[in-house]
Design a protein around this ligand. Structure first.
Ligand SMILES: Nc1ncnc2c1ncn2[C@@H]1O[C@H](COP(=O)(O)OP(=O)(O)OP(=O)(O)O)[C@@H](O)[C@H]1O
Ligand SMILES: [Mg+2]
Length: 216
């Protein structure tokens, strides 16, 4: 599902990725761990097409994303990649339901279909009673579950999560961790999770350690 070859990326004189090669199978959950500054977020952003590498390639579900122009990339990202960040990044003026639906509307999908899918996700993530609440009225765990639903609304090929439970207490953390496992069971979702949490890293099928821009 994901084939990363020899990725390199520098910011000025600082080389952050020094030749990263990694393949992830369909339905596999891979965790990426490593010290602060190792290049984990940089890697995830390149895999998610939010940033371009200096060299190397990323192929997602058969598409070499380096060959797409900016317009094609936006469409690809909207439909094929789901992101979950450490802080939920929900839009404060919209309800949970509206936040979940937005990537579907942006992708110009059929409105009824998007809203039906949002309804399913809300039920699956146990958010029924929070559907019409705005982010400020949600707990941290609830907001993060809304962010996960938003990431899944367009049924992306890959789900990328950057410290998704870094900001939660242990009960909510466990819940989010179980959720990732059930997503794989239920949708066969391919997932890369960057985390500092040992429990979450250990739940993955495979744990990858990055240090100083390389996989060790
Ligand atoms: N846009 C940027 N411009 C300049 N330097 C950057 C930029 N983004 C990241 N860096 C630098 O690249 C290095 C790797 O950053 P990155 O965010 O990928 O680390 P990380 O492994 O995710 O760390 P953490 O665990 O703290 O989140 C750091 O030294 C960081 O300061
Ligand atoms: Mg990071």
């Amino acid at each position: 599902m994901i084939a990363i070859k020899n990725l390199r990326k520098s910011f000025g004189k600082l080389t952050v990725l020094k030749g990263i090669t990694l393949s992830v199978r369909r339905g596999e959950i891979v965790s990426v761990v490593g010290p602060s500054g190792a290049g984990k977020t940089t890697l995830l952003q390149i895999v998610g097409t939010l940033s371009r590498p200096d060299s190397g390639s990323v192929v997602i579900d058969g598409v070499d994303v380096g060959r797409l122009n900016d317009n094609e990339l936006s469409t690809f990202r909207n439909s094929r990649v789901g992101f979950v960040f450490q802080f939920h990044n929900l839009l404060p003026e919209f309800t949970a339901f509206e936040n979940i639906c937005l990537p579907g509307y942006i992708g110009r999908r059929d409105r009824a279909e998007v809203e039906a899918r949002a309804g399913e996700l809300i039920e699956m993530l146990g958010l029924d009673l929070r559907r019409d609440h705005k982010p400020a009225e949600l707990s941290g765990g609830e907001a993060q579950r809304v962010a996960i639903a938003r990431a899944l609304i367009n049924s992306p090929a890959v789900l990328l999560a950057d410290e998704p439970s870094g900001n939660l207490d242990s009960r909510n953390r466990d819940e989010i961790h179980r959720l990732f496992l059930s997503l794989r069971e239920r949708f066969g979702q391919t997932i890369i999770i960057v985390t500092h949490d040992d429990n979450l890293a250990a739940m993955a099928d495979r744990r990858i350690t990055m240090t100083d821009g390389v996989i060790i």
